[in-house]
Design a protein around this ligand. Structure first.
Ligand code: AMP
Ligand code: MG
Length: 412
């Protein structure tokens, strides 16, 4: 067991070969989902001007402090301010301005009395303002006023770099008038499937052959984690063919290359020979299950990750090693999985390696429970299809009784 490389150490060694991509500017409409590359500071206050949060009448609160249902206060309405316009004249004593939600508070006013507290309930657009209005309720100074700068002040940092922009983030950038957004370029990940047994999806399944399913899984994973997949397709187990495809991967600008050729001794000879000729390659035996063997190196200065060929091992190897690499190249500061503490709904035996078991996590009877799915053989993808999480059994553990607590990575 001591000769196996710890998962965390392997991740660190692998990640040290990757750096965040260059930055580019994109139109705000294209920025959602991209990783912000520079800190965004506000160059204006939000709201940019004090405005009304209600349809009603802007008043001086002092004028209406005695108002109630029995003794309404009558004010002269001197102007009308719909959203989008401003009033030039300042409010004097005994005066009001009809105001709509979002419209700027006129000078002299310090509060807005909502229409419901007046005798002018008409809200239809286009209805002219009345000459006079009766106010039935007192209002505090500042009532129904959204103050300039109450949300954001000039100079505030509003979004830190290194995280993916969400819908509300781009909304805030729009409020600030940020039309061009600095983001990291999208990582391009070349995907290579080598193997004489592999068929394209349109091929006829004959004995001895299987469809190249890993390419589809890996392409989808690259997309899921914000990368752009460059599918190099299937290559036979031949030196020249593999070299040609590797060169293509570099030429089309792949930031790194992933193969799922299987990294068992003997199963990997051609890819190994090609990568070693123009770069270097290390084989790691990792203290994990599935996916113990992992190849890592570079081809013509492009990092290379060789995942196991078994479909489940390739998936888990991707989640553990390729995912953090993509996220680092994307400029993301963290690549943590969404985690959930769960109770296991059955006892679990393990072989002492850090294990990533396919499971279904549900919320039942007040706690999160995990049950293993299907046949856990590393070629059996159906059990992964039935799963919604990977259950992490720590290294060194050989048996866990039902009800034990573990951590699970939520997959969707
Ligand atoms: P290997 O280590 O290359 O012998 O691969 C281990 C297992 O994974 C074998 O059963 C292969 O047929 C299978 N395998 C390898 N590459 C792929 C692929 N691209 N798609 C599906 N299965 C694969
Ligand atoms: Mg193979």
């Amino acid at each position: 067991m001591s000769s196996l490389l710890d998962v965390k150490k392997a991740q660190q060694r692998l990640l040290s070969a990757f750096v965040a991509k260059n930055k580019e500017k994109v139109a705000l409409a294209d920025a959602s989902g991209r990783v912000l590359a520079d800190r965004i500071r506000a160059d204006k206050d939000l709201p940019p001007f004090s405005n009304s949060s209600m349809d009603g009448f802007a008043v001086r609160s002092e004028d209406v402090k005695m108002a109630n249902d029995d003794h309404p206060v009558q004010l002269a309405v001197i102007a009308d301010v719909p959203a989008g316009s401003v009033v030039d004249s300042a409010l004097g004593s005994g005066q009001a301005v009809r105001i709509m939600t979002g419209a700027p508070i006129p000078l002299g006013a310090d509060a807005v009395v909502p229409v419901e507290a007046t005798d002018f309930l008409e809200r239809q657009p286009g209805t002219p303002a009345p000459d006079k209005v009766h106010i039935y309720k007192a209002i505090q100074s500042g009532g129904n006023v959204r103050l300039k700068g109450e949300d954001v002040r000039v100079g505030d940092t509003v979004i830190e770099p290194g995280r993916r922009l969400r819908p509300q983030d781009v909304g805030l950038l729009a409020m600030l008038g940020v039309a061009q957004v600095p983001v990291y370029c999208i990582p391009q990940v070349a995907i290579l499937s080598a193997g004489d047994e592999l068929l394209p999806i349109t091929g006829e399944l004959v004995p001895g052959k299987i469809y190249d399913s890993n390419a589809f899984t890996l392409i989808s994973l690259v997309e899921k984690y914000g990368g752009k997949p460059l599918n190099l397709g299937i290559v036979p187990d031949q030196f020249e063919a593999i070299r040609t495809q590797m060169d293509k991967a570099v030429k089309v600008g792949g930031d790194f290359i992933i193969s799922s050729d299987g990294v068992r001794v003997g199963a990997f000879d051609f890819v190994r020979a090609v990568v070693e000729e123009y770069g270097n390659l290390e084989f790691w035996r990792i203290n994990m299950r599935p996916g113990k063997p992992l190849a890592f190196g570079s081809y013509k200065n492009t990092p290379f990750i060789g995942l196991p060929g078994n479909p489940v091992s390739a998936f888990v190897g991707f989640e553990v090693f390729a995912r953090p690499a993509i996220m680092k190249v994307s400029g993301l500061l963290t690549s943590e999985h969404r985690k959930q503490r769960v109770m296991i709904g059955e006892s679990i035996e393990s072989d002492g390696r850090e294990s990533y078991l396919r499971c279904i996590v549900t919320y039942q009877d007040g706690y999160w429970q995990a049950r293993l799915t299907g046949h856990q053989g590393s070629g059996n993808l159906r059990s992964l299809v039935q799963a919604n999480a990977l259950l992490l059994v720590p290294s060194g553990v050989k048996f866990l009784p039902i009800g034990s607590e573990l951590e699970a990575w939520i997959l969707e």
